[in-house]
Design a protein around this ligand. Structure first.
Ligand code: UTP
Length: 298
């Protein structure tokens, strides 16, 4: 029997420089899409996938993130007094039970691989998920749930993958495909941020992973890869071709928004706004008017 995936690591210790000056005081993961912080979308996706323990790798200045998951008794009392039951329910859904969430510090931003390695003792000897909250995925069935189901078939290590335009490969880890089975692909190589002419495919890795504990061993060697950081891709690539492991890419069904970039964040705001019944008409009306007036001005 394969061990169930019940723990997820959220590496959120990066500097978030693309959103300065906002990220000087607001952690990127707390920035809101409509009325919920990015991290809430990630938590909901994890719960749907059966995750029970949430491990955050944080850094200095991420206090707002810890506060967000705390109980807010005064606020809850006020809402109760005013009979705002619906809001109260929304608020309560953000609380974490004691012991369900853990925070660990990455003292230096040495890269994504290093951030994951920091959580090794909290995960122990079992498969685990890694979720980057700034990759937000709109999907009928939450992306990580799709992956957990696929992982039950494959085992090993699994990375979420999507087709990107060839000129964009240098922003991603890119898969070299051994066998394409449709939604699941068997991987024979991984290249971090290749120039388009060096990219083995246009199947790019995005921020959802299911990994075996062997990855911690690989990270232990703290190899320095592209850009001087400790790369997670390198540690995963070491598992390629192993009989008891292997690496699989998973083409998820859904739309991914890169909320770590300004353009992606704005697109997600519009898309998630339009998806909300109470906002759709207003927002759609505004966008239509805006586009018409821009066209007329051309
Ligand atoms: P990014 O490459 O998006 O970096 O990291 P960043 O610092 O968040 O943002 P920019 O590029 O400066 O604007 C991808 C993920 O890895 C985490 C980040 O928090 C983010 O979730 N990370 C990165 C760490 O936890 N530690 C690191 O040392 C580096």
């Amino acid at each position: 029997m394969r061990k169930k995936v019940t723990k997820a690591i959220f590496p959120v210790a990066g500097l978030g420089t693309r959103f300065l000056p906002a990220t000087k005081s607001v952690p990127k993961e707390i920035m809101t899409l409509v009325d919920r912080p990015l991290v809430q979308y990630a938590i909901d996706e994890c719960r749907a996938a059966g995750i029970k323990e949430f491990i955050f790798v944080t850094s200095r200045g991420k206090g707002a993130l810890e506060d967000y998951f705390d109980v807010a008794p005064t606020l809850e009392q006020e809402l109760q007094k005013k009979d705002k039951t619906e809001l109260l329910e929304i608020l309560k859904a953000t609380n974490m039970d004691s012991g369900e969430i853990a925070y660990i510090r990455q003292h230096k931003a040495l890269g994504l691989g290093h951030a994951i390695w920091c959580a090794r003792r909290l995960v122990g000897d079992e498969p685990f998920a890694v979720v980057l909250p700034d990759d937000v995925i709109a999907a009928e069935k939450p992306c990580l749930q799709q992956m957990v189901e696929a992982y039950e078939e494959t085992g090993g290590n699994m990375v979420a993958a999507m087709e990107v335009p060839t000129e964009k490969t240098k922003s991603y880890g890119v898969l070299d495909v051994d066998e394409d089975m449709g939604s699941i692909v068997k991987v024979k190589g991984m290249v971090e941020k290749p120039e388009p002419e060096d990219a083995p495919s246009n199947l790019a890795v995005i921020g959802r992973y299911i990994l075996s504990p062997q990855i911690f061993e690989n990270l232990n060697q703290k190899k320095t890869g592209a850009g001087g950081e400790i790369q997670l891709t390198d540690a995963i690539a070491e598992e390629i071709g192993k009989d008891d492991g292997g690496v699989y890419g998973f083409r998820f069904r859904g739309q991914r928004f890169d909320c770590g970039s300004k353009s992606g964040f704005l697109q997600a705001t519009v898309a998630f706004g339009l998806a909300r019944d109470e906002l759709r008409d207003d927002l759609e009306g505004y966008l239509t008017e805006l586009m018409a007036s821009r066209k007329a001005a051309e």
